[in-house]
Write a protein that binds this ligand. Structure first.
Ligand code: FE2
Length: 356
C-alpha cells in the first residue's frame, strides 16, 4: 500500500518538537519552585500573581495589600462566588490566568482536586496545617480558616441544659415553632451534604422531614437568624459560630444570643474550612506558593482570627478569646471535606423536600 508518509511525518515531528520544547520550558520553570525566604529582596515589579477569590474583598483585600507591600509582588484578584469561580476555572482549564484559588469552602477545592486542576503543595505548606481534617488528603489544598456549625440560642428563652446534644434532636416536637434556619445558605447546604455523607441519603431526608414538621422559620442568611434570635422571634437557630460575635461587635447593648456546640463527632458539629490551592497551570508556582505560605503565616492567621472570629488552622495561634473553644474541643465529625462538593445534589434534595 502506498503511504504518503512524508507530509504526515513532518507534521508529527513538528508537533512532537513543539511539545518537547513546551515540556522543557515547563520543566525549567518548575525547577524554580522552592519558596523564597521572607527576607529576600522584593522581586522586579513585573511579577504579577493572579488570584481567584471566593472570599470577599472586604475581608481579604487588606490582607492581599499587605502581602503586596511586604513582598513587592503584585496581585490581581478576581472576586466572585466560590462555586462560580470553581466552575469558571474548570471551564478555562489550561487557558486560565489564575495562579491561586481561594475558596470559601473545601467542597469547591475538592471539585478542582478531582479534575486534577490543582498542583501538589510543598511539604512546608502542608505541615503548617497539622490537623489532616483541614487539608487535602492528596496534598493539593490547605485550609486557611475554620468555621464551625453551631446552634445559636436566645439565652433568655432557653436554658443551656435544654439544648440538644445531637442535631438529630431538633426533630423532636419540643422544638416546634422555635427553630430558625437558612436553607439557601451555602454553609447550611454544606452541613446537609455532610449529613448525607455521614449517615446516608435516607437519614438526611428523615432529618429534613422531621425538622420540617416542627415548622422552622426560614431566613435568608445567618445574620438574619442571629437578629431573629435577638428579637426573641425564635429560640434556636442553625448558623456558623462567628455570626454571633460579628453581631455583638456592632451593638452597644449585650446580645442575648450564645453558641451551643453539638457533641463531638455529631454531624451538627461540622467544621468546614475556607482554603486555597495552586493551579497546576500556574506559570509562577514559586510566587503562588509564597502567597499561600503568607496566608498561613502568623500575621495572616491572626488577621482571620481577629477580624472574622474564625478558627486559625495553624498550631501556634489561638482562637479569638470570645470564641471560647478550640477546634480540638469541638470534635468535628471525621469527614473528607473535599467530598462536600455535591452542593447541587443537596440543593435538589432541599427543593424536593420543599425546604428551599
Ligand atoms: Fe459565613
Amino acid at each position: 500500500m502506498d503511504r504518503p508518509k512524508s507530509p504526515l511525518l513532518t507534521a508529527a515531528l513538528l508537533v512532537g518538537a513543539v511539545a518537547l520544547l513546551a515540556l522543557l520550558a515547563w520543566g525549567v520553570s518548575s525547577l524554580r519552585t522552592p519558596s523564597a525566604p521572607e527576607s529576600e529582596a522584593a522581586p522586579p515589579a513585573a511579577e504579577v500573581l493572579t488570584v481567584y477569590s471566593g472570599r470577599n474583598e472586604k475581608l481579604i483585600g487588606e490582607l492581599i495589600e499587605r502581602f503586596e507591600r511586604e513582598t513587592g509582588i503584585r496581585v490581581q484578584v478576581r472576586y466572585g462566588e466560590t462555586a462560580q469561580l470553581a466552575a469558571l476555572l474548570l471551564e478555562e482549564g489550561p487557558r486560565s490566568p489564575a495562579d491561586v484559588f481561594i475558596a470559601q469552602d473545601a467542597g469547591a477545592l475538592g471539585a478542582l482536586a478531582r479534575s486534577e486542576s490543582l498542583a501538589p503543595l510543598p511539604e512546608p505548606i502542608l505541615a503548617r496545617v497539622p490537623d489532616e481534617r483541614f487539608r487535602s488528603p492528596d496534598g493539593v489544598w490547605v485550609g486557611l480558616s475554620g468555621r464551625a456549625r453551631v446552634l445559636a440560642y436566645n439565652t433568655q428563652r432557653v436554658k443551656p441544659e435544654e439544648l440538644p446534644r445531637k442535631v438529630q434532636a431538633l426533630t423532636d416536637p419540643s422544638w416546634k415553632g422555635r427553630l430558625g434556619w437558612a436553607p439557601g445558605n451555602a454553609s447550611f447546604q454544606a452541613f446537609v451534604t455532610a449529613l448525607r455523607l455521614l449517615q446516608g441519603e435516607e437519614a438526611a431526608v428523615a432529618w429534613l422531614r422531621g425538622v420540617q414538621s416542627n415548622q422552622p422559620r426560614k431566613y435568608k442568611n445567618n445574620t438574619a437568624i442571629i437578629e431573629a434570635l435577638a428579637r426573641g422571634e425564635i429560640d434556636v437557630g442553625l448558623v456558623n459560630h462567628y455570626y454571633v460575635f460579628a453581631a455583638a461587635k456592632d451593638r452597644p447593648e449585650a446580645l442575648p444570643v450564645q453558641n451551643h456546640y453539638f457533641e463531638q463527632g455529631d454531624p451538627g458539629a461540622l467544621v468546614n474550612v475556607a482554603g486555597a490551592g495552586i493551579l497546576r497551570t500556574s506559570r509562577q508556582p514559586a510566587l503562588a506558593e509564597r502567597f499561600v505560605q503568607y496566608l498561613l503565616g502568623e500575621s495572616a492567621q491572626r488577621y482571620f482570627t481577629e477580624r472574622t472570629f474564625e478558627y486559625p488552622v495553624v498550631a501556634d495561634i489561638d482562637p479569638h478569646e470570645k470564641v471560647g473553644r478550640t477546634l480540638a474541643e469541638i470534635g468535628a465529625p471525621k469527614l473528607d471535606l473535599s467530598k462536600l462538593e455535591d452542593l447541587q445534589g443537596t440543593v435538589r434534595l432541599l427543593q424536593r423536600e420543599g425546604v428551599l
